[in-house]
Design a protein around this ligand. Structure first.
Ligand SMILES: Nc1ncnc2c1ncn2[C@@H]1O[C@H](COP(=O)(O)OS(=O)(=O)O)[C@@H](OP(=O)(O)O)[C@H]1O
Length: 347
């Protein structure tokens, strides 16, 4: 008489059922449910063994999706910075770049390498938006370029960081600064552009706003030239796609931003986001963009004061040597009204 007991079927079927469940659950998780990508707090991630000050040197390149990968989102430190100049379209450039699927960017100027340095690198990281490892983070604080101390800190943070710089016709930059200052005052205290200019010692004031070259030259003494991309506000205003494309190439990102991402808004007088473009929802967290119109908020694109001919002549005369110096330094020439006729050839 055999004493062997028949195996209980449930001992086999239950684990088999559970394994199948887990397997299909996994497939669903990876292939069908993008939202299921786990979002881990940054400190749970290895960050590719990077130490805080030696940032990851992985290639910034075309993301290769070669199969199911469980991609963790994390708060990553910037690999590119917009370091200057203020009143030159730095906010629009940052916003326009951030529509690229491989770019994320905090809206606020974090000023980490200037006054907020004491808050520490972990604070800086905590301010960054979540991103995947295929995306790069870009932070914008236009005052970085003016401070040597900040440039040295940036170098210590990451000597390979990419540096984005935007400059502007000095005349428009002065008008922009004036509009910015007047907007802070009650209307009754507003003064004319001419009075505003002559409130200050003329030469020094105009030089301060026009001499991009000295500031960039100083930055060149900290970082090699090839780590800089210098563009012009006028190009961003006229043809934002071309300026975003320059950055795509410079950052070695796949070409993703096309003409249909932007539309010219007659009321605003500037290019704005095309709100029906599939990329648009990615800027909804951007507090510098009006989500209804897709335009930059009202503090960007103010009316400029008209110019008295004599004053214009004086400003152009004073700033011309600095404009020449800039074009020579960066080996580029921008299409700047009032200056073009004096500058016959580049570099
Ligand atoms: N598309 C688009 N929409 C709105 N504004 C645009 C755009 N492109 C460039 N600009 C110009 O950006 C100028 C503001 O420059 P910044 O953002 O660098 O100013 S700030 O330093 O951050 O305050 C702002 O200057 P003002 O015109 O003087 O307001 C704009 O001329």
């Amino acid at each position: 008489m055999s004493s062997a007991k028949k195996p209980n079927v449930s001992v086999i079927i239950v684990p088999l059922f559970l394994i199948t469940l887990v397997f299909f659950g996994f497939l669903y998780h990876v292939y069908l449910n993008d939202a299921a990508v786990p979002i881990l707090p940054y400190y749970e991630l290895t960050q590719d063994n990077c130490t805080p000050y030696s940032l990851c040197k992985e290639n910034i390149g075309i993301p290769q999706r070669s199969g199911p990968v469980l991609e963790a989102k994390a708060r990553r430190l910037p690999r590119a910075l917009i370091i200057g100049f203020n009143k030159c379209g730095s906010a629009a450039w940052r916003s326009f770049l951030s529509i690229h699927p491989d770019i994320v960017s905090p809206t606020l100027e974090l000023r980490f390498f200037t006054e907020n340095h004491k808050l520490g690198l972990e604070w800086y990281r905590s301010q960054m938006p979540l991103s995947t490892s295929n995306q790069i983070t870009i932070e914008k604080t236009p005052r970085y370029i003016r401070s040597v101390e900040s440039l040295r800190r940036i170098y210590e943070f990451n000597p390979d960081v990419k540096l984005l710089v935007i400059v502007r016709n000095p005349v428009s930059r002065l008008q922009s600064e004036y509009a910015h200052e007047m907007a802070k005052l009650p209307e009754t205290s507003n003064i004319s552009f001419t009075d505003w200019i002559y409130r200050n010692p003329f030469e020094g004031f105009v030089t301060y706003w026009s001499d991009y070259a000295s500031t960039i030259r100083r930055a060149f003494s900290v970082f090699p030239h090839h780590q800089f991309l210098v563009v012009s506000e006028e190009d961003l205003e006229k043809d934002p796609v071309s300026v975003v494309k320059q950055a795509e190439m410079f950052l070695k990102l796949r070409p993703a931003v096309t003409n249909d991402v932007f539309v010219f808004n007659e009321t605003k007088g500037f290019y704005c986001f095309n709100t029906s473009h599939p990329f648009f929802p990615s800027v909804l967290e951007n507090h510098e963009v009006d989500v209804m119109s897709g335009c930059m908020i009202e503090t960007k694109g103010r009316d400029h004061p008209s110019l008295d001919a004599n004053l214009l002549h004086r400003i152009v005369n004073t700033s011309l040597p600095y404009v020449r110096d800039l074009f020579r330094l960066i080996h580029k020439q921008f299409d700047w009204k009032y200056y073009n006729k004096y500058i016959q050839e580049a570099c």
